[in-house]
Design a protein around this ligand. Structure first.
Ligand code: MN
Length: 231
């Protein structure tokens, strides 16, 4: 096979304890999946799940040990953090029942759904797609993926995000409105999941702006931390 230009490199995220990496296929995101965050965004807090996507190449690895640099993106003056549990799909499928969801999961990671909130809000107001607010380059930093068997307690894990050492977001995976198996059930009704898909499961309350110089530290118990510095 030849191509008229060199194909882009595969986007891949390291797996904790493995040399082989996780090649990213698609990035799905769940909107408003914690009641406290849904309320802070002006919703009632109880509604069917809805989804949006980010480009696969917006995912990039942010390690635990040192801060990875995220250049402040263009076209915004209100860049927000959203810490989220990320599900890494290892076995694809469609119409997956919640009871069968577990066997489709390769592992989990900490992720940040970085958001150009001013642009997202403007699009919301106009009833237009959110892409410009959500689906920009480098908008999906992800920590190393931990295989699911190593985190049997993930459904009860605590999560938090500190910015410059100050707590911004704290919640638990047990606070998800739609839990991990239910997300997979709902999502796989609308799309055929494939190995390599990442699912950002939603963020709790406390989303707020970051500026150049800020250091973000994301943590979910049992997973590898993630560090990002805005530059
Ligand atoms: Mn989000």
């Amino acid at each position: 096979m030849s191509y008229v230009f060199t194909p882009p490199p595969v986007t891949a995220i390291p797996v904790h304890g493995e040399t082989a990496q996780f090649a990213v296929h698609r990035i799905y995101c769940v909107g408003r999946n914690y009641e406290d965050h849904a309320k802070e965004m002006g919703a009632s807090g109880r509604e069917p799940p809805f989804f949006f996507l980010k480009p696969a190449d917006s995912a990039w690895f942010a390690p635990a040990e040192t801060a990875a640099e995220l250049p402040y993106p263009s076209a915004t003056s209100n860049l927000h953090h959203e810490i989220e549990l990320v599900i890494a799909i290892g076995t694809g499928g469609s119409n997956i029942a919640a009871a069968d969801a577990e066997r489709h999961i390769y592992g989990y990671a900490v992720g940040l759904d970085m958001t150009r909130r001013d642009l997202q809000n403007e699009m919301k107001k106009q009833g237009r797609p959110w892409s410009i607010g959500k689906a920009f380059e480098l908008s999906a930093p992800v920590g190393a993926i931990t295989p699911a068997a190593q985190v049997p307690e993930i459904a009860q894990a605590q999560m938090d995000l500190h910015v410059n050492g100050q707590l911004r977001q704290r919640s638990g995976i047990d606070k998800l409105i739609w839990n991990i198996p239910e997300i997979i059930e709902q999502l796989s009704k609308a799309w055929t999941l494939q190995a390599g898909d990442l699912i950002f499961t939603g963020t709790p309350a406390g989303v707020a702006a970051v500026v150049p110089g800020d250091l973000l530290l994301g943590h979910i118990a049992g997973l590898q931390d993630l560090q990002v510095r805005i530059v």
